[in-house]
Write a protein that binds this ligand. Structure first.
Ligand code: ARG
Length: 563
């Protein structure tokens, strides 16, 4: 039910077509204070058209609006304020939520157009870092949000599977590595080899040259180099998949940097053809002085291509492939300059669609105020962190609800949910302090708190034998249910805001508020007593479970019925 539209329609009936419905809708606002009502219509524009005072118009209109939905309509100076009839609105609201089910809050902004979401994108043969975790969690949620808004999300994992580091890795593997240990412990072993390469190269500089040669061989399609590279890639992906499985995240494409290998020549030729390439110290660059930015490096003096060359090529390829309206790059803010350069080069190439490219940056994950690093042996292996969260969640369950069925499954949902929610509840640009203990509490602004609220609501429904049908709802008039109903009413707006700002935190914060409102309601109102309103109360509880579950889904969390 769209209250603003309904109010606008009511006003439209009484102003002789002097403003159309859309204009009216735009004008309607929320009064500053709750005592002033639920909706306000300022009469200034109408006053100009009708050459009457706005106060007079407000007074006039207040007498003419008789729809019972708007319980009381009063003129307050130049404003036409209305107080909704809570019983009717609540009833209609609950009806429409139950009817829409999980589609409640879905919007039609996207009209089925494609949005590419480039996220997660870890680097082969390196640990999956905390930054990649953030990108995975934020990107997954934004994919869901975009879809909720009527777009088709294309989830792309732009794997870091190309670059000079593979030359180093091949050299190190051939000298010090063996198949068995790589198979047993891929990322740890490959990282060790990588670290060893750098240590050795310090007193044996010829290694760097070997590495360059091997990378050149790889780029030229040498069989041995290619086989090793492919093997490193496959083994690394196997390990990353374990993390994706735990987080329940999937991708439509794993076309990473290597995929663009044979496509970069065309990009470079195009750049050359339109005279955008210039030489700088042996390298080929696109000059960006006019934007006060350093040049974008396209080709090194030895002919090797770069990260930016691959991103330019990837964007062009994806536009051809998907005709995206928007392409979001979920990458930490330390790469802001890179994306600025890439987007500007594409604009200079004359691509109109470059306007739809958006870098969606985020902050660091901190431990005791310091950046959590995966480099230099201080590796925090993500898979272990996630498993620890699941273990802790399981211990919690053993204490709180030892007879719960499927404890293992629920522990996974809660442990993983805790990590995801903890990341998403803050605006993405902020840094996040990592604390398993804090994430996993059932109180406060955590994933388990929202999940637990949902499970509690489900348990009430079970006790009420799911009598939440809508055929004969009476409506509710106590202040606690009104608070919950108002909160439910907000959901579509929250979805829209989270999409416009590309901020899952909007939804996370909303879910905390709704949970708090519901828990207050639960502690003040007896839901299960069999009076005339029981069915309606149960229908309200059911609406709450629907919205909590759908909100959690948008963030990438599951909502078990029992906890
Ligand atoms: N692999 C890169 C890194 O770990 C992130 C890639 C992001 N996506 C992109 N299209 N550049 O830093």
């Amino acid at each position: 039910m769209e209250l603003i539209k309904a109010y606008a329609e009511e006003i439209a009936l009484n102003i002789d077509g002097n403003l159309d419905l859309n204009e009216l809708k735009q004008l309607i606002e929320k009064p500053k204070y709750e005592e002033q009502g639920d909706l306000a219509f300022p009469c200034f524009l109408l006053a100009k058209i009708l050459k009457k005072s706005p106060n007079e118009i407000a007074k006039d209109l207040s007498k003419k609006i008789t729809n019972p939905l708007f319980g009381k309509v009063v003129a307050e100076g130049p404003y036409l304020n209305c107080f909704l009839n809570r019983k009717i609105v609540g009833k209609e609201m609950i009806k429409s939520i139950l009817k829409a089910g999980e589609n409640y809050g879905s919007l039609e902004i996207g009209n089925g157009k494609n949005v590419v979401i480039d996220f997660s994108s870890p680097n082969i043969a390196k640990p999956f870092s905390m930054g990649h975790l953030r990108s995975t969690v934020i990107g997954n949620s934004l994919s869901n949000i975009v879809e909720k808004c009527g777009y088709i999300p294309i989830r792309i994992n732009h794997l870091g599977d190309w670059g000079t580091q593979f030359g180093k890795l091949i050299v190190a593997y051939k000298r010090w590595g063996n198949e068995k240990s790589v198979k047993q412990n891929t990322i740890k072993e490959l990282l060790n080899l990588y670290v060893k390469f750098h240590e050795e190269a310090e007193h044996n500089p010829s290694l760097e040259n070997d590495a360059r040669l091997w990378f050149k061989k790889l780029e030229d399609g040498d069989e041995e180099a290619y086989k090793l590279w492919k093997w490193f890639r496959d083994e690394s992906l196997k390990e990353f998949s374990k993390i994706y499985e735990l987080l329940d995240v999937f991708f439509d494409s794993y076309q990473g940097e290597a995929f663009y290998n044979d496509k970069m020549k065309e990009t470079i030729d195009t750049l050359n053809g339109i005279g955008l390439l210039s030489h700088s110290e042996g390298a080929e660059v696109v000059d960006l002085k006019e934007f006060d930015l350093p040049p974008c490096l396209i080709k090194k003096s030895d002919g090797a291509t770069l990260y930016a060359t691959r991103d330019l090529t990837a964007a062009i390829y994806r536009q051809k492939q998907y005709q995206f309206e928007k392409a979001l790059y979920i990458v930490g803010h330390e790469q802001s300059l890179h994306f600025k350069q890439v987007f500007l080069v594409l604009e200079k190439m004359g691509y109109d669609w470059a306007k739809g490219l958006v870098h969606v940056p985020f902050g660091f994950i901190l431990k005791d105020g310091k950046k959590m690093s995966t480099r230099k042996g201080k590796v925090v292996l993500l898979e272990e962190v996630i498993k620890e969260a699941i273990d802790l969640a399981q211990k919690n369950i053993e204490i709180k609800n030892p007879n719960l069925e499927n404890k293992k499954g629920i522990a996974k949902i809660v442990g993983v949910g805790a990590i995801i929610f903890h990341d998403l509840k803050n605006e993405r640009q902020n840094n996040v302090e990592f604390s398993l203990k804090e994430m996993l509490t059932f109180e406060g602004a955590t994933g388990p708190y929202v999940q637990y609220t949902h499970a509690r609501a489900c348990s009430i429904l079970r006790k009420g034998n799911d009598k939440a049908n809508t055929s004969n709802l009476m409506g509710l008039d106590d202040p606690h249910s009104w608070t919950v109903i108002k909160s439910l009413m907000e959901f579509p707006n929250v979805v829209e805001k989270s999409f416009k700002q590309l901020e899952p935190s909007q939804i996370a914060k909303y879910l905390i508020n709704l949970s708090q409102d519901f828990n207050k309601y639960y502690s003040h109102v007896k839901i299960l007593i069999p009076d005339g309103q029981q069915q309606c109360r149960l229908a309200l509880v059911k609406s709450v479970t629907l919205v909590l579950k759908e909100g959690l889904r948008l963030l990438g969390l599951k909502a078990p019925d029992k906890m």
